[in-house]
Design a protein. Structure first.
Length: 168
């Protein structure tokens, strides 16, 4: 599988929004439910423009045959006390799950994080998302804790795990 990992560009706004909307529809593992993401392509472009202007955040996209199939967002902090860390959000279309896309995205993320002297990468994941947890552990993340019943899926409450990786 030939996947191209690259930094997001402003002109990706429409395709990136469509990717996010599709992820909202096809998986329960993303935070937003179908129909809850209320943003226009122009607003998405503005968010990407602002993100690219900051040195502490980036969205890496996975592209195959001209189509965005996944992304990994790294969102830093502008506060001095935690500027060394970034919060991560991963989304991969189900068709491409388990095919190395996530590993490729994390490889690019680690290069970016090391170039910025980041020390901590952190994320949250629903406790029943075994595939994501396996990917995160494979790439060096450890479980630090959890929040009980944080996510509501239909009539069920789901725990959310906190995971982090410390860099050199």
């Amino acid at each position: 599988m030939n996947v191209n990992i690259r930094n997001i560009k402003e002109e990706d706004a429409g395709a990136f929004l469509e990717l996010c909307l599709r992820l909202d529809r096809e998986t329960e593992f993303m935070l937003l439910e179908p129909g809850e993401r209320m943003i226009t392509p122009e607003e998405q472009r503005q968010k990407i423009t602002a993100l690219l202007a900051a040195d502490d955040s980036m969205i890496f996209v996975a592209e195959m045959d001209g189509q965005l199939v996944g992304y990994l967002g790294a969102y830093g902090s502008s506060y001095r006390r935690n500027r060394h860390s970034a919060y991560l959000v991963l989304g991969i279309l189900q068709t491409f799950s388990g095919k190395g896309v996530g590993t490729a995205l994390f490889t690019e993320l680690h290069r970016w994080a090391e170039a910025r002297n980041l020390h901590r990468l952190e994320l949250t994941v629903m406790a029943h998302n075994a595939a994501a947890i396996a990917l995160y552990k494979k790439t060096g993340f450890e479980i630090e804790g959890f929040k009980k019943d944080l996510i509501r899926l239909g009539d069920k409450f789901i725990d959310e795990l906190y995971m982090a990786k410390l860099l050199a």
